[in-house]
Unconditional design. Sequence first.
Length: 217
Amino acid sequence: MRYYPIYLDLKDRAVLVVGGGAIAEGKTQQLVDAGARVRVVSPTITSQLAVLAERGVIEHRPDRYKVEDLMDVFLVISATDDQAVNEQVARNAEERGLLYNVVDQPALCNFITPALVTRGELQISVSTGGGSPSLSQRVKREVAALIGEEYGELLKLAAEMRAEVRQRIPDFETRRRVLHEFIESEALDLIRDGRYEEARNFARSLLQDTEETDARC
């Protein structure tokens, strides 16, 4: 395994995107969704990036990349069709010890990004270590076909239940057991059938039964 899988907390972190085309737009939106403070540097940008800039969601500097753009940046993504610019961004970022990625060029990166299947807060990452982005996309499609939106709803309910369990059940092993029991229960099928409130009621009853059992013990 060449790469170590990791999730970064980019909330309020300064991130630079070099490039203003469709690929840069997609990367920028992902970064915005992750809570990063994004600055895009490019003479021209897509209409959607222009909308984000007009709304103040991102900052746009309408010019070519300069090394000064890396000032106070935590991470940089280069998504241009100019190889000289991509190589310069990678070289400058390496010199400054930054995290950097040149899209679809693993040799010019010190991290790569996976294909993602997203279901609410649930994220499933697919990576081929940069060996075949096309295979990553195929696996992503197949996983997406198996994992529906109900898994995101199950996660939401499980997170709510976990917060309740941590407040109401002091014993760690008991907490782990009841949460595992919930995930492996019929709750997913109930959500899949559109019976979300029944799934929530099941979670409540499971927690209550656990509390009553502990009280008797």
